[in-house]
Design a protein around this ligand. Structure first.
Ligand SMILES: Nc1ncnc2c1ncn2[C@@H]1O[C@H](COP(=O)(O)OP(=O)(O)O)[C@@H](O)[C@H]1O
Ligand SMILES: [Mg+2]
Length: 246
């Protein structure tokens, strides 16, 4: 379980989170939806202690990532939105290094790595330098890095960005398997169609607050998700105003 209780975060003049209380239950695929700047990435980074709340608390499988970021990182597989990789390491070197950091025994790491390489079709790219990888392959490497230690909680920030349709399909299946195994699966997106196609549960953020949360069928039942999304984020009236001014 991943839970947030009254979490706030300010960066300079920007109040990025305004008291978020939300839970992500295991066994479900959760989409975190919201326009750019609504606070999705900030919320996700808090699960491994990359960003600390100004007030409120975060718990991941009972662990407080502020007090114990190392334990949190063992439980959570996190792939950031922005692609940061080691340009001078090959994916093979980087993933082996991560396996070592996580303390995964070699006899577990090697078969797991072989499977991940096959799943993400990275056979041809494992010996290239990070700096030589295409955008899509960098994204795949980030996701593989999040999966290497068999995490109980999977947090993927905009994971479909830059993935080709075949790998996007693979990732959807993988997320489904993880949820079926009773893990927590959360991914962020600003693309409604993706959330509709993949998620069981939707949490909609806007301006640092959770403005709607519920099972996909329930939210979709109200009207189509796009209309609902635009309404709860107040973007319908904004868009109408802008179109009028055009
Ligand atoms: N490191 C940072 N320094 C300053 N402002 C930031 C930083 N990270 C995020 N923000 C601001 O906080 C708000 C929320 O950002 P973010 O969590 O990245 O939202 P999202 O992922 O939904 O686009 C935005 O206004 C963003 O500009
Ligand atoms: Mg983001």
């Amino acid at each position: 379980m991943l839970s947030y209780e009254g979490v706030t975060k300010r960066y300079g003049n920007v109040q990025a989170l305004k008291g978020v209380t939300v839970e992500f239950q295991p066994g479900r695929i959760h989409a975190l939806l919201g326009p750019n700047g609504s606070g999705k990435s900030t919320l996700m980074k808090m699960a491994i202690g990359l960003v600390k709340p100004d007030s409120g608390s975060v718990r991941v499988d009972g662990i407080d990532p502020v007090e114990d970021p190392i334990s949190a990182r063992k439980v959570v597989g996190y792939a950031p939105e922005e692609i940061v990789i080691y340009e001078s390491l090959t994916p093979a070197e980087y993933l082996s290094f991560l396996g070592y950091v996580y303390g995964i025994p070699k006899e577990e790491l090697e078969p797991r790595l072989r499977t991940l390489i096959k799943i993400f079709k990275m056979e041809e790219h494992m010996g290239k330098l990070g700096g030589e990888l295409s955008h899509g392959n960098r994204r795949k490497l980030l996701i593989m890095s999040a999966l290497i230690h068999d995490p109980r909680v999977l947090i993927l920030d905009e994971p479909f960005s830059g993935l080709d349709p075949e790998i996007a399909r693979v990732l959807k299946e993988l997320m489904r398997k993880y949820a079926e195994e009773g893990r927590v699966v959360v991914f962020s997106t600003h693309i409604l169609e993706l959330a509709e196609a993949v998620a069981d549960e939707v949490t909609i953020m806007h301006l640092g607050e959770v403005v709607a949360k519920g099972p996909m069928e329930e939210l979709r039942g109200k009207k189509d998700l796009e209309t609902y999304f635009l309404e709860v984020t107040g973007l319908t009236s904004e868009l109408e105003e802008l179109l009028k001014a055009l």
